[in-house]
Ligand binder design. Structure first.
Ligand code: SF4
Length: 383
């Protein structure tokens, strides 16, 4: 049985953050119950439409993402997971994660999550500074975060990720250190740290275009990134991926499915899948997604067959994101090739530039290569 990662998208949030271009709809505090009920019903039907696929695989990881999955009633999440468990085989030690936002978690919801077998939480904090949180349109303040974090911990969950951001307009080094110090004290098992990138069409993108806000320059952003790496390292978090840090044994197994270019199936609005070297994604417009499923049709858009050389390229650039790097003999076996000799020119060039290094069987980015990772990926792409 092929082992896969499963992703389920819940495209609802209380309100939209000012930087967000994810597929999510603001439902407000009153909650648009009818829209949620119709969506959950469609999702359950989509699971049925994938009956054959789901019967032939084993689910090693399930990630319920969004949006904010915890902003809808806990019974819906419970129902979705129960339906999946009836439709497919879960590995005995499957990692089951739910993405959450502070202020959206209640004791009743936690009961549902735990009964459904959720064993990992990912909580979006971003920063401990309340002014910054409000300036980027987050619905919560820092106190709300700690209340939610403690409630999750007290429920017995032993694997929590916290998302933070750096490079926010007006963010200082002191602010970043305060965020890191506070987090280290709370001791989550995993921390993701992403630089804010402004996406076209978002309110913050427009504000920057009009000169109303100013993004930090590249140098300050890089300095912050290095400060995060250093501080987390001396406090027991090892960097296993460019933007991800964990205590040993608490790496995100679901994200490792993506980074190791293994198969995954995405269910829900705009979800992406890659199964048997075929890539496909779901409808991105809610009305079309619902209509197609209600008509008994899978909601996927165009399928792309990935050639062996494209698959190899993806495995290389995704694998280079990992601190463990690429295992060359494994790569040779997976693709029936001699990777080093077939890519000799680009490997020699990047090695001479100090961007990659080969130690024994492992090819990985150097520290300089991590900073200039896009340059490395482009070099492999153009090779
Ligand atoms: S909570 Fe996440 S998905 Fe929802 S609007 Fe904010 S950034 Fe987007």
């Amino acid at each position: 049985m092929e082992k896969i990662g499963l992703y389920v998208h819940i495209p609802f949030c209380h309100s939209k953050c000012a930087y967000c271009d994810f597929s999510s709809y603001a439902i407000g505090n009153a909650q648009n119950k009818i829209a949620i009920i119709r969506y959950v019903k469609a999702l359950l039907k989509e699971i049925d439409l994938y009956e054959q696929t789901l019967k032939s695989v084993e689910v090693e990881t399930l990630f319920i993402g969004g949006g904010t999955p915890t902003c809808i009633d806990g019974k819906y999440i419970h129902e979705i997971i129960n339906h999946l468990r009836k439709s497919t085989k879960f590995s005995e030690n499957a990692e089951v994660t739910i993405e959450s936002n502070p202020g959206t978690i209640t004791t009743e919801k936690l009961d549902h999550y735990l009964s459904a077998g959720i064993n990992r939480f990912s909580v979006g904090l971003q920063t401990t500074d309340n002014n910054l949180l409000s300036s980027i349109g987050r619905i919560h303040d820092f106190n709300t975060f700690t209340t939610s974090f403690n409630a999750i911990r007290e429920s017995g969950i032993k694997n929590i990720n916290v998302d933070i951001m750096f490079g926010l307009p007006g963010q200082t080094s002191e602010n970043l250190h305060h965020t890191l110090d506070t987090l280290i004290e709370l001791s989550p098992e995993h921390i993701s740290a992403y630089a804010l990138k402004l996406e076209e069409g978002t309110p913050m993108y427009e504000a920057e275009r009009k000169g109303l806000i100013q993004m930090p320059d590249e140098e300050l952003e890089r300095t912050m990134y290095h400060e995060i790496i250093n501080k987390l390292k001396i406090n027991g978090y090892y960097q296993y991926e460019i933007s991800n840090f964990s205590k040993k044994g608490f790496e995100s197994r679901h994200n490792l499915v993506y980074w190791k270019n293994k198969p995954y199936l995405g269910l829900g609005l705009a979800a992406h899948s890659k199964m048997e070297q075929i890539r496909f994604s779901n409808e991105i417009i809610m009305s079309r997604y619902l209509e197609r499923i209600e008509n008994g049709e899978k909601p996927s858009l165009d399928q792309t067959v990935i050639s062996d050389s494209e698959d190899l390229f993806e495995t290389v650039i995704l694998g280079l994101r990992l601190n463990e790097g690429l295992n060359i003999p494994q790569l040779n076996e997976r693709y029936g090739m001699d990777f080093l000799s077939e890519n000799e020119a680009v490997i020699s060039k990047l090695t001479a530039q100090g961007l990659i290094q080969i130690t024994g069987d492992i090819l990985k980015l150097t520290l300089k290569g991590i900073d200039l990772s896009n340059q490395v990926f482009l070099a492999f792409m153009n090779d």
